[in-house]
Write a protein that binds this ligand. Structure first.
Ligand SMILES: Cc1cc2nc3c(=O)[nH]c(=O)nc-3n(C[C@H](O)[C@H](O)[C@H](O)COP(=O)(O)O)c2cc1C
Length: 204
């Protein structure tokens, strides 16, 4: 059975760079998987921008107190989200940084659930004008501390836009032409964190 990994793209703007950066990260990981062929992985690409969830948490209860998932959730949108995340073994979060923080839509999607995330391995890749390191650090704390997921020990990887021109293109959702050699100096860090996610998965 392949491991099922959620590749979560955290931006929800109408025009955004997120999905193409998630595709780039996936490409780096898939290249590593192909070179090693010791692990079978199936990705579920989750675009927070197209999820069928309200913009604000609207369940009456506290997710960590819910006993029977997904049946005890009141809303069908929560049950569907719960089943999707419960079916996955590990996660690669790819997130922008908004004003030094985690995008509200991503935080909202995380907060809807608890037991579906808990104990599962994850890694974080952030991006932004300066790499989005503050958002990455906050996300590590939310997932590793607040929800008790298992963080890849290498920590988050931050991808900085190389110049203001690229930042402007990203903001407009234009094609960043992320070829295989983009962020060449960071690809080894992505692979290192990914391999730790696999180790955590295999240890389960
Ligand atoms: C609301 C908002 C806040 C932002 N805050 C930051 C920031 O704190 N640091 C940074 O480097 N870039 C920041 N940016 C610029 C983003 O890095 C850039 O717009 C990027 O394209 C956002 O990712 P997205 O296109 O996937 O939404 C911000 C952009 C937005 C829309």
């Amino acid at each position: 059975m392949p491991f099922r990994v959620g590749l979560i793209s955290g931006s929800a703007r109408v025009v955004r760079a997120g999905p193409q950066i998630a595709t780039f990260v996936r490409g780096v990981i898939e290249k590593d998987i192909a070179s090693q062929s010791t692990v079978a992985v199936e990705f579920d690409v989750i675009d927070v921008g197209t999820l069928d969830l309200p913009a604000h948490y609207d369940e009456p209860g506290i997710p960590s107190h819910v006993e029977n998932i997904p049946d005890d959730y009141v809303h069908e949108h929560t049950r569907a989200w719960s089943q999707r995340i419960a079916s996955l073994d590990a996660f690669v979060f790819v997130t922008p940084q908004y004003n030094w923080g985690v995008p509200a839509a991503l935080k909202n999607a995380i907060d809807y659930l608890f037991k579906e995330w808990r104990g599962k391995p994850f890694m974080v890749v952030s991006y932004g004008g300066h790499g989005g390191g503050h958002a990455a650090a906050a996300l590590q704390l939310i997932l590793g501390g607040g929800i008790d997921m298992k963080a890849a020990p290498a920590g988050p990887v931050s991808l900085s836009f190389p110049n203001r021109g690229v930042l402007k293109k990203a903001a407009k959702g234009e094609d960043l032409e992320l070829a295989g050699d983009a962020w060449a100096d960071k690809q080894a860090d992505i692979v290192a964190a990914w391999r730790q996610v696999v180790e955590l998965l295999q240890a389960v």
